[in-house]
Ligand binder design. Sequence first.
Ligand SMILES: Cc1ncc(COP(=O)(O)O)c(C=O)c1O
Length: 424
Amino acid sequence: MALRTMISGRAVRSGAAMGARSISSWWRNVEPAPKDPILGVTEAFLADPSPNKVNVGVGAYRDDDGKPVVLECVREAERRIAGNLNMEYLPMGGSMNMVEETLKLAYGENSELIKDKRIAAIQALSGTGACRIFADFQRRFRPESQIYIPVPTWSNHHNIWRDAQVPQRTFHYYHPESKGLDFASMMDDIKNAPNGSFFLLHACAHNPTGVDPSEEQWREISYQFKAKGHFAFFDMAYQGFASGDPEKDAKSIRIFLEDGHLIGCSQSYAKNMGLYGQRVGCLSVVCEDEKQAVAVKSQLQQLARPMYSNPPVHGALIVSIILSDPDLKKLWLKEVKGMADRIIGMRTALRENLESLGSSLSWEHITNQIGMFCYSGMTPEQVDRLTNEFHIYMTRNGRISMAGVTTKNVAYLANAIHDVTKSP
Ligand SMILES: Cc1ncc(COP(=O)(O)O)c(C=O)c1O
């Protein structure tokens, strides 16, 4: 008897009834997926036996010995959790205490929006998960809309909105000659986009360029968004890494809020709390009133439900404990500043080393750019030489993760960069 099964509500025949298809043919048409440009760098680094090898590809903080760091505030939160945590599910929207504390970081400790319950927010699977749920939400409730993405951007942004089936457009952002912001072209693109367009903005410490608009420029951007009725979705993966102070790094968002924008926001604790693998973050959408926020939140949860039901508990509890305890929060702020300051110190050291080697090129952008990355301006061929001749690993777009630079490898790195960039 033919078996019947349901696919998309239709009953279809399966098994023997489908004919002579051989079992081994099911996945014959599956080609290997292209390697992720960032994760591929780490794989190549790990496979290199050279004792001199340097990894400045991965966007994860390292201490001055090149080792991963667990923050002291996180260790303390874990000590408090140990033995006390049951393994129950969190609600679909995640830990409400974690979400409330997280919203204060983005929207401000005394935010009226929070008090008025106008923000729909859920715990998300770190920044990636927050972006993805938002992209799905956009697709479901504004199916006619596109997303404008800066050039360049974190490569996964393209994957996220592609898989959510939101058509993508790009806008100018980086100016290769000045190695700074192409503000004029960016503003033109904002003006020329159809009214009511969706834009993805990096709230601070833009990845991969390390180039952020100034406060004045953010004000102009916000003004123009208002004039055009655009929607701003802020991806804030590095709050605290730009200036060392999470409050200062939220300035772009605060400017938009002052102007009355109803924004969306993705927050991640991967970098600023070092909780990379815990996958803890938050997605928020500012609404017109509490009633709308309740509706929007229920729909965000509805999107999460068939994907992963509810988010993981451990990382959320760590964040919750740290941010709810004034002493631990103070320690966290000190540790964030410590990470940002080490990176800033390495920028100065790298630039000074290059200049003292007599490089005829300008390396001013290394110290002008901010956050975890330096967009060096090196060509893919120069990066290949760094890898093949010096065992230095980074993405082929010339992005240096400053978090991988240490007092021990900075001279070696500068020497190699000088070698591949000097005229023959
Ligand atoms: C710009 C940007 N957004 C989001 C993320 C997401 O990171 P995670 O999902 O680990 O929070 C990253 C990570 O590299 C990033 O650079």
